[in-house]
Design a protein. Structure first.
Length: 364
């Protein structure tokens, strides 16, 4: 985990006024209540999205029918100073075992992809802070734009609690306690369901769950990632930072570890990857755009109270060539975007550029 940058004092957790239930024994009943009784506010996503242009985007599997959850108006959060320096890492014990992404010089065609990504960001029609990274999950070759710059995480941070939860199941925790909560967290980027996963991971203590997620981040050697509180629940802070931060490069390293079984063994690895494809269609407008691959992804979205927006997505894209699976990791971040959904043209262009590159690199 990281300490917040010096002088960084504004609280920026995605605020959401919800009364929550505590205790592992209430989790199962809450899932039913979510579907049948409650009107949930989703702090990381809006209820509707602008129509996505026609594309070759994969039609992803959907979850079994469930009651519609109608979010409240998008919450706002306190405007956040942009970090000007990288935080110093917080010492951890034991010593982190970094993910094993090879250090490989990208081939010329991949460096050309990087230039195309940079051009797309430079030509963004709406002002904002944009970052992206792409990693070949066969070779470890990685390119990016602003890929080492700290960005507000929004609910992409919940990828870590999903990985931790599945590892707990792998180690003997009851799947029945968490299965529906994981699916709800992924399907609608539901921060309320995710917060309950932190609570379960912490044995009825959400702060302990956040600390355990931080231990996973440290274990993976992601020294530019800070998880201080469950997204939307800034008041449940561990005191590590005022905000949740990460970088596109760190998220690609986490995706590498997930894909290569460094976090989860089979069948738990494949189970989580499959769950991450089950995202409601209205949220498949960034990294599920412009690809014929199967997209396992986690997005995050919220409004800052200065009227700017955060909209992020991180994904593993898998595709078949001659009966063999190939895959790449891609992360797209945008924060302080001056218009709602103003990031979409940039994110979609980067997603499509990555697909065109990998489709040509690994032909039929």
């Amino acid at each position: 985990m990281q300490r917040s940058p010096a002088g960084h004092t504004a609280r920026s957790g995605e605020y959401l006024a919800l009364t929550f239930l505590s205790g592992r024994t209430r989790a199962a009943s809450l899932v039913s209540a979510l579907a049948c009784l409650l009107v949930i506010a989703s702090g990381c996503t809006g209820d509707t999205r602008p129509p996505t242009p026609d594309s070759t985007a994969t039609t992803l599997a959907t979850l079994p029918p469930r009651a519609t959850m109608t979010p409240s108006p998008t919450p706002t959060q306190t405007a956040t100073p942009i970090p000007t320096a990288t935080p110093s890492p917080t010492p951890s014990s034991p010593t982190p075992s970094p993910t094993s992404v090879p250090s490989v010089t990208p081939e010329a065609a991949m460096l050309a992809l990087e230039r195309e990504m940079a051009a797309a960001i430079a030509a963004a029609p709406i002002e904002g802070r944009y970052a992206a990274a792409v990693t070949d999950l066969q070779t470890g070759e990685t390119v990016g734009v602003n890929e080492e710059r700290l960005q507000l995480t929004a609910c992409v941070a919940n990828l870590f609690v999903l990985m931790l939860t599945m590892r707990d199941v792998q180690e003997g925790a009851p799947m029945d306690d968490v299965s529906d909560l994981m699916d709800t967290t992924i399907w609608g980027s539901d921060a309320f369901a995710a917060r309950l996963l932190y609570e379960i991971a912490g044995d009825d203590d959400s702060l302990e769950g956040v600390r355990r997620v931080g231990e996973l981040v440290d274990e993976l050697g992601l020294d530019q990632t800070t998880i201080d509180h469950p997204p939307n629940y800034a008041w449940e802070s561990t005191g590590v930072s005022d905000d949740n931060w990460t970088t596109a490069l760190d998220m690609n390293r986490a995706l590498w570890a997930l894909y290569h079984g460094e976090i989860l063994e089979e069948p738990y690895r494949s189970d989580l990857l499959e769950r991450l494809t089950n995202v409601k269609p209205g949220l498949n407008y960034l990294l599920a755009y412009g690809t014929d691959g199967l997209v396992s992804h986690k997005n995050g979205f919220f409004e800052i109270n200065d009227g700017t927006w955060v909209d992020n997505d991180v994904a593993i894209v898998r595709f078949d060539r001659g009966g063999e699976e190939y895959a790449y990791a891609i992360s797209f971040f945008s924060d302080f975007v001056e218009e709602k959904y103003g990031d979409i043209p940039v994110g979609q262009e980067i997603s499509q550029l990555a697909w065109v590159y990998f489709d040509a690199k690994y032909p039929e």
